[in-house]
Design a protein around this ligand. Sequence first.
Ligand code: SF4
Length: 384
Amino acid sequence: MTTGLYVHIPFCRSKCGYCSFASIPWKEALAERYWRAVVREMEIAVAGQERAPETVDTIFFGGGTPSLLPAGHIAGILDACRRLFRLDPDCEISLEANPGTLTNEKAQAYRSCGVNRISLGGQSFADEELTAIGRVHTVRQIAESMAMLRSRGPENIGLDLILGLPGQTEHSWFDSLDKTVALAPAHISIYMLELEAESPLYQSVAAGRQTLPEEDSVAGWYLQTIDFLDARGYGQYEISNFCRSGCECRHNLKYWLRQPVLGFGAAAHSFDGGSRSANVADVARYVRAVENGMSPVAWSSVVDAEAEMGEMLYLGLRLNRGLDWEAVRRACRSDRLVDCESALKEMAGIGLVEWQGNRVRLTRRGMLLSNEVFQQFVQPWADH
Ligand code: SF4
């Protein structure tokens, strides 16, 4: 089995109004110590392994805003990956970037150091929507970033949009989609806006200062989006993800297929096939721990049979291909599988899932109500 590496880069220019990710404002001195700490953490992890590390076939720099980091830091981390792990020659190396943080030099440096996939956080093609959610970039900068990447950077580019933004209308949503498709990315992610109660945008909406579009409207736009993108050559392969044929994000597929991913950096999660763990989220604490030769792991837990079954179901069902039920039966050690099979058969009766022979998958209605469907299956690490 091959392994993926995830590297968390926690710095952002400023905090977006809806953000619930582990991110802090840019601090140059801390960023300098941070990338060295990530390399040190990798060295310690590899030194502690009894057997040779598996072949690494995906690396993902997520954040935060990894493109805020000087390209030299990214190159330094990738050098360490090559020194410490066996990298597959066809390794997918992705980096999340935000418009306004790229330059031609950076785009070129990414390509030179081996980054071969960029995921660009466009979010909307309406400036007033970007302002409403506290993004620090403009629509023009999305196109400029795409142009820089196209001329000098990695060729495989994904563009992310958010559905359900304050002030968004059917017209502005499909205008954003039109403009996204016109830029011809290989991959498009469509995320539904989800607000944590403590986020500034949630508070603003609760206080009536900003208004979200009606839930029913957003649900309708999502369903239309699947057909809209399909007609333009972007097939849906996961609830939120669409791509040209063969351009799925191989790293993210590992999460849904429960394949091992080792995480490095503050708040990074790891799964080794049998247990899950996460590093401390506080960036300064993470750096201090690694610099002092201590473990940055905040918690770890063995995935028991029950949790394993829950994961197989709610992660696998996110994919359009769904689950091969015979394979689930063979792999699953939990006695509760029979109950889950009955639950899925009941859900088929109300149109949330569909069975085709041995395969079970969400219907479109099931995708809209996926949180309700997944609640049937335990989420083992949600407590952490
Ligand atoms: S760019 Fe992403 S990680 Fe950074 S504050 Fe905005 S939503 Fe959060």
